[in-house]
Design a binder for this molecule. Sequence first.
Ligand code: SF4
Ligand code: SF4
Length: 420
Amino acid sequence: MSQVHNWQLGRPMEYPYEAAYPSKQFAFVFNINRCLGCQTCTMACKSTWTFGKGQESMWWANVETKPYGGYPRHWDSKILELLEEADPGGMQWRGDAEAKKPYGTYDGKTIFEAAKSRIGDHQQVALGYLPNDDEWVTPNLYEDVPVGPAGRPDALHSQGTTLPAHATWFYYLARICNHCSYPACLAACPRKAIYKRPEDGIVLIDQERCRGYRKCVEACPYKKSMYRGSTRVSEKCIACYPRIEGKDPRAEGRPMETRCMSACIGQIRLQGLVPIGPDGEWTEDRKNPIYYLVKVAKVALPLYPQLGTQPNGYYIPPRWVPRQYLEQMFGPGVGHAIDAYTRPDRELLAVLQLFRRSNLIVFRYEIEPGPKVWETQTAQGKFELYDDTVIAFGHDGKELFRTKVEEPVYVRPEKHLNSI
Ligand code: SF4
Ligand code: SF4
């Protein structure tokens, strides 16, 4: 095993291959607070890539209801249980956060390090398991099933909805492949059929080389590599790479976001490309919205960073959920992220307006200051709202769009009152 640097863990870690980094990395931010579980993203992906024979149970993009739901069923509790067995009590963080290790240091074992302690017949490159057929057939079992005092009508509306954590809660977790910096799927493939593109870090399976051994399905802790019985090879999310290459006819050569991002009704999704240095760190790109949300505002956090694949999907955690539950899922940055989101500063509020105003990838933003339009007192202090304008620029530096913090109000003229 080689030593590679995992900035999400704040330490070097073991990985089967030497470090090799793309020049840019596909990355995305999902704002869980806004997801309504409509599954439009899920269907946008399904109708584009997985509508064929043998793909009936294949959902590259899915939305599951937490804490009970999961696709495949219980994927997260199963991998966490395996990690706990291999490294009892090990999943702990040390709070020495600084610029180079924004969440502190993870002291436990990753799935690559823990796999070494498994001896005998079942030697693995990454700790994992193969879900059975049943586990793949229910993409959103436990939909809208909450934690809390079920059957008590007063529970939800009395003390139940008081922040910081509701007594009765659930939330929607939208997921796609994280196009990880240290992909477990790639590490486990005995055919070397999986590769990471040097230009954008997208992880793909070469359909010609794959022989369907399913080692990637077993190793991916997020279970985003899937086996297709009709072709006997594995498949996974391809990050809609033709769109990112500007090949969609409507893109006119400009990089465009994926189908699931573009379709999002709740406007929870923003996707981009972040520049990567030779050491694997994100190169400072202060006005790139993804860089800003993850590295500067630190309002968006990786999903299960302790697994060690350095996933490139980031989530703004839901405000109403008990912190302990969120911390096991997103690491120790949860408290800061929720505080920042609950009382956003001027820049964060402006950047949040960029979500889903265009399907083209935003590479840079600028903010033009506007007038103060509102102020109030919150539990954390004074909050002031400015009607700033945020301007988005594309890959060639040209303006894509501009939008304001305050949503415009349209008054319907007093004619045709009975029409829409
Ligand atoms: S999420 Fe899974 S399938 Fe996607 S790159 Fe990471 S390890 Fe591979
Ligand atoms: S389309 Fe957007 S709002 Fe609807 S389920 Fe998907 S992520 Fe959530």
